[in-house]
Design a protein around this ligand. Structure first.
Ligand code: DGL
Length: 290
């Protein structure tokens, strides 16, 4: 495999583009192929076995495209299937939970860490486990915030009243009320750091920060994940050559026009080239393999 082979990055939809963007900034010589499984988004409330199957399918697709490493840029999919993927595929697979936990342990001063994520991620307990593995004295307060993913996917479609500097996301008026029902609990718990434990949530950074207050640090896993990609490639001697002209390719299992319009806001550049990835085709790849 050539060192200039692309990375594979995927998510249930647009959220993983927050990670892809960070990787593009931190590792400018690296090419990547991004898959957003928008037709089957959100993953958060779905059965573990279904999510595991989606991960198998997408990893198989990416491996067939010749990627040298895969980033599961989705907390829910990482929680459900990183171990399975690492066992079943022979290329390095990196998730976003360990990096997020590391960022939290570094950020907290009072060792009270809040975590918000999808139902799948929070119920799996993986963040609590990952944070404890780094600092068993940290208190973890985890809350599932299921509506946030739809708010991001829908909110990106309206930009007349943009409120988020990073994403151009328009936050619906009911956000504060809904978000407060979750976040007030974390404020009562006196956390000084909240992990945005879903790759969609950095797009809600500003409105969440407005509720949590200045003294609470919001951490996401994107930066640490990019760092893990770098160190894994370095360790294996697989870094792209310096000055390599990186190329990006995007696939969505859903509506291409919508994905391009909304995803370009998240990625900060036009998603091009972008192709439709047919679900039947994805399913057939795994049937052929297993
Ligand atoms: N962006 C995904 C995550 O990090 C999940 C969103 C979803 O599909 O529920 O968990």
């Amino acid at each position: 495999m050539s060192n200039n082979a692309p990375l594979g990055i995927f998510d249930s939809g647009l959220g993983g583009l927050t990670v892809a963007r960070q990787i593009a900034e931190a590792l400018p010589d690296e090419s990547f192929i991004y898959v957003g499984d928008t037709t089957r988004c959100p993953y958060g409330p779905q059965d573990l076995a279904d999510i595991q199957q989606y991960v198998r399918e997408i990893c198989t697709f990416l491996q067939q495209r010749g990627v040298k490493l895969i980033v599961i840029a989705c907390n829910t999919a990482t929680a459900a299937a990183i171990e399975l993927a690492q066992k079943e595929f022979d290329i390095p697979i990196i998730g976003v939970i360990e990096p997020g936990a590391r960022a939290a342990v570094r950020a907290t001063r009072n060792r009270k860490v809040g975590v918000i994520g999808t139902v799948g991620t929070i119920e799996s307990g993986v963040y609590a486990h990952a944070v404890s593995a780094l600092d068993a004295g940290c208190e973890i307060h985890s809350i599932a915030t299921p509506e946030f993913v739809d708010m991001v996917e829908d909110g990106l479609a309206f930009d007349e009243h943009s409120q988020d500097r990073f994403s151009g996301l328009s936050v619906p008026p009911q956000f504060r009320e809904i978000a407060s029902t979750y976040l007030d609990q974390l404020r009562d718990d006196e956390v000084d750091c909240v992990v945005l434990g879903c790759t969609h949530y950095p797009l809600l950074h500003d409105p969440i920060a407005a509720i949590m207050g200045e003294e609470v640090v919001l951490v996401s896993s994107a930066e640490e994940t990019a760092h893990d990609v770098l160190s894994t490639l370095e360790r294996r001697g697989h870094l792209a050559s310096v000055g390599n002209v990186a190329t990006y390719e995007f696939f969505t299992t859903g509506d291409k026009d919508r994905f391009k319009a909304l995803g370009s806001k998240v990625f900060g550049r036009t998603l091009e080239p972008l192709e439709l990835l047919d679900i039947d085709y994805l399913e057939s790849l795994v049937e052929a393999y297993y």
